[in-house]
Design a protein around this ligand. Structure first.
Ligand code: SAM
Length: 230
C-alpha cells in the first residue's frame, strides 16, 4: 500500500485497545473533524471521504463481540469483510479462527489502516482496495458487513449485492446500531450488545449494536429460526 497513506495513518492515530474488545488493538483517532481537515489537505481534495477507517463503528463492534461469543460462525472458514474501514471485523474474524480473511474498502487510507491493524494484531489480512458491489459474490463462506447502512446510495447497492451473496449459500452477518437505511425485513436479529463507539460523530457514547443474519430470498420468513446457517 502507498507509503504516504501508511505514514498519514500512523501520524494521525494512536494504537490502542478497542472498547469492549480489548484483545484487539487498532490505530484509532480521537476526533473526526481535525482528521478530516488533515485529509483534505493531504489529498488536496475538499470532498475527501470522512476518515471512517480511524474509528471503530458500532456495527463492527457488535460483529466483533458476536464473533468472540460465537467463533464457530467463522472458525476454519473463508471470510470477506465488506466496507472494512479499520479492519475491525476482519481482525475479529481471524481472532475467532477464520482460515482466511479478505477485507475490502474503497478508501486507500482504509487499505493502509487495515494493513497496519493486521500487523498490530500479528495477523495476515488480504486487502482488496476497490468497489466490489458490481461484482459477482466472492468465493468465500462468510461475508461480514459492519455499519454499511448510513448512506442511502450505498445502502441501495449493498442490499442487492448481499442478497446475491446470500442466495449463493454464503452466510452474511450484518452489524448495525439501527441506522436509517437498515433493511429490517431482510434480516434476522441474532444478538444485541451495548457498545461504546470511538467516534464523536455518533449522537451517544453507548449504542445498541445489533448483529443480524441476512435471510435468503429463498427462505420464507416463517421458517427462518434466526440461527446462523439455519
Ligand atoms: C462506517 S464505516 C464501517 C467500517 C467498519 N466495518 C466498522 O464497522 O468499523 C463504512 C466503510 O465503508 C466503506 N465503503 C463505502 N462505500 C464502499 C463500497 N462501495 N465498497 C466498499 N467499502 C465501501 C467506507 O470507505 C468506510 O470505510
Amino acid at each position: 500500500m502507498a507509503a504516504s497513506a501508511r505514514s498519514f495513518v500512523l501520524r494521525h492515530t494512536r494504537l490502542r485497545p478497542v472498547p469492549g474488545l480489548e484483545e484487539i488493538r487498532l490505530h484509532l483517532a480521537d476526533e473526526v473533524l481535525p482528521l478530516w481537515h488533515a485529509m483534505q489537505l493531504e489529498t488536496n481534495d475538499p470532498d475527501a471521504a470522512l476518515p471512517y477507517w480511524a474509528f471503530a463503528w458500532s456495527g463492527g463492534l457488535a460483529i466483533g463481540r458476536y464473533l468472540r461469543e460465537h467463533p464457530e460462525v467463522v472458525a476454519g472458514r473463508r471470510v470477506f469483510d465488506l466496507a472494512s474501514g479499520s479492519g475491525l471485523c476482519a481482525v475479529a474474524a481471524l481472532r475467532a479462527g477464520a482460515a482466511t480473511v479478505t477485507a475490502a474498502d474503497i478508501d486507500r487510507f482504509a487499505a493502509a489502516a487495515i494493513e497496519l491493524n493486521a500487523k498490530a494484531n500479528r495477523q495476515r489480512i488480504a486487502v482488496h482496495l476497490g468497489d466490489v458491489l458490481d461484482d459477482e459474490p466472492p468465493d468465500v463462506d462468510v461475508v461480514l458487513a459492519g455499519d454499511c447502512w448510513y448512506d442511502a446510495d450505498l445502502a441501495a447497492r449493498v442490499l442487492p449485492w448481499l442478497q446475491s451473496v446470500c442466495d449463493r449459500g454464503i452466510d452474511v452477518l450484518v452489524g448495525d446500531p439501527g441506522r436509517r437505511y437498515l433493511p429490517a425485513a431482510e434480516l434476522v436479529a441474532l444478538a444485541t450488545y451495548d457498545v461504546r463507539t470511538t467516534t464523536e460523530l455518533e449522537d451517544l457514547d453507548h449504542k445498541q449494536g445489533r448483529v443480524y443474519r441476512m435471510r435468503s430470498a429463498a427462505t420464507p420468513a416463517q421458517l427462518d429460526d434466526g440461527l446462523p446457517g439455519g
